[in-house]
Design a protein around this ligand. Structure first.
Ligand code: TRP
Ligand code: ZN
Length: 469
């Protein structure tokens, strides 16, 4: 026996002793994945050690008891060797967890569901986790006191997930940086409908219950996943380009929303002209009653509106499909990349349809003469790229002052280059994620002869009102 051959087993034994004792069944390499992604605003959101590629959610809902039964099959890829990993799930009762078909151990602490698979997972390995769960899902009150999560409505339920509400109805990696495809199947009592993201692939009724199967093939962040259950009038049409338009309207809102919803194809065409090709395989809307939710949300392919939206809100939520849903913020600090673009889209729509020019809108906000805000100084409270805290991520500095940043870019770059930037930004990060540094670098690359430092310093990152409009 050679010297080196004899040494190998001894070295391996010593190494194994030196490693933390996290491994089971002979594995020696795994460690826990980690309970959060250290988001600057929502540090516990999401989890480390894996990337989800697909969620298969099979749900059944009983509105009379407000009871949800769910099975989540989560396909993920390990980004390091794992002895355990976390999912985010708030409330509900977990009944069983398997990983790759074998029973797994699991424990819960707050929103963390820690799963310890029977066998360690290797870096790069793709694995399926199945979680069976049930209960009455929670409604969350956000840091800014808005309601999200699983909302009770007059005739069913509505799931809204920005920023952290989706963990109330399915376990997952609930952070915008981890996008995945989804298949969401919902069974409800006959007579009710279940509407979700993407395309309806199956609808079948047996034994007094109807199952709706939805498929969202393009990557989706969990905060824009939705389920709407209730009585809805359904309209299925297509745009001139053949894009399916699936619209669900609470019957009490049908009359008030008819005209504005008829504009969806026109808004889509306008948006494609300005922002580039639409990134998804269908579009539409869900209109619930005004008291069912406190705000509209850009749920992917199918924005949700509490009552008939005005045209600006329709434009805003459809613009989010490019900016927010397709190009998704890497962290909640980058929220302005969503809201500035969607707000700018409203301003552009007005400019293109006989209203104020964007320059006029910009000046009115700078001068404090815009009627859009109760407190005109609210936009100067903090810089768009540095919201004051989690309670402030949906406030005017992120929306209107963020849109003013985009207008400063337009002033410097000129209209033609500015539109190239709008389209190029959407194209470059299509179906992906991006942060503020990616954006400023992108703008500087597109306009190499101009200096944007003062705009970033004063308008994007600077405290207080910039000295010059
Ligand atoms: N994104 C929504 C919109 O502007 C508004 C919104 C709802 C929101 N809930 C939020 C923004 C939570 C930030 C955080 O269309
Ligand atoms: Zn918005």
């Amino acid at each position: 026996m050679s010297r080196s051959a004899r040494l190998v087993p001894l070295t391996a034994a010593l190494l194994a002793l030196a490693l933390p004792l996290t491994a089971c069944d002979g594995g020696v390499h795994g460690a826990p994945g980690g309970s959060g992604l250290r988001d600057p605003y929502f540090p516990k959101a999401g989890n480390g050690g894996y990337d989800v590629t697909h969620y298969g959610l099979t749900l059944s809902f009983d509105p009379a008891r407000h009871h949800l039964t769910g099975k989540a099959v989560i396909t993920a890829r390990a980004t390091k060797d794992l002895s355990a990993f976390d999912l985010d799930l708030k409330g509900l009762r977990v009944e069983a967890v398997t990983v790759e078909g074998r029973d797994a151990r699991w424990s819960r602490a707050g929103q963390e569901l820690t799963v310890r698979p029977h066998d360690d997972l290797d870096e790069g390995e793709t694995f399926d986790t199945t979680v069976r769960y049930s209960g009455t899902p929670e409604t969350i009150t956000d840091a800014d006191s808005a309601k999200e999560g699983w909302l009770r409505t007059a005739d069913g339920a509505l799931a809204l997930g920005e920023p952290t509400g989706s963990m109330t109805w399915f376990p997952g990696n609930h952070h915008p940086s981890d996008k995945a495809s989804y298949a969401i199947t919902v069974t409800v009592p006959k007579g009710l409908r279940a509407v979700s993201n993407g395309e309806l692939t199956r609808e079948s009724t047996t034994g007094g219950r109807t199952t709706f199967a939805w498929h969202a093939a393009e990557p989706m962040a969990s905060y824009v996943a939705t389920v709407a259950i209730g009585r809805y009038d359904i309209t299925r049409t297509t745009t001139e380009d053949g894009l399916p338009v699936y619209v669900a309207v609470d019957p009490t809102q049908a009359k008030a929303s008819r005209d504005v919803l008829a504009k969806i194809p026109e808004v889509m065409e306008w948006a494609e002209y300005n922002f580039g090709p639409y990134p998804f395989s269908s579009t539409g809307a869900v209109v619930d009653r005004p008291e069912d939710a406190g705000y509209a949300l850009e749920t992917q392919t199918r924005p949700v509106y509490p009552g008939a939206p005005d045209t600006e809100t329709l434009v805003h939520e459809l613009a989010h499909q490019w900016y927010g849903d397709s190009v998704t913020p890497k962290s909640w600090r980058d929220m302005w990349l969503n809201e500035a673009f969607a707000t700018y889209a409203e301003w552009l729509w007005q400019e293109d349809h006989g209203g104020d020019s964007v320059q006029q809108t910009f000046t009115a906000f700078y001068d404090g003469t815009s009627g859009d805000l109760d407190d005109p100084d609210a936009i100067w409270a903090f810089p768009p790229a540095k919201p004051a805290s989690a309670a402030h991520v949906s406030e005017p500095p992120v929306y209107q002052r963020g849109a003013m940043v985009l207008h400063k870019i337009r002033q410097k770059a000129g209209d033609e280059t500015f539109y190239d930037i709008l389209q190029g930004w959407a194209a470059t990060h299509r179906h992906g994620t991006a942060d503020t540094a990616d954006f400023t670098a992108y703008v500087e690359k597109q306009v190499p002869d101009e200096d944007f430092d003062a705009i970033w310093a004063d308008w994007l990152y600077g405290d207080g009102k910039p000295a010059h409009p």
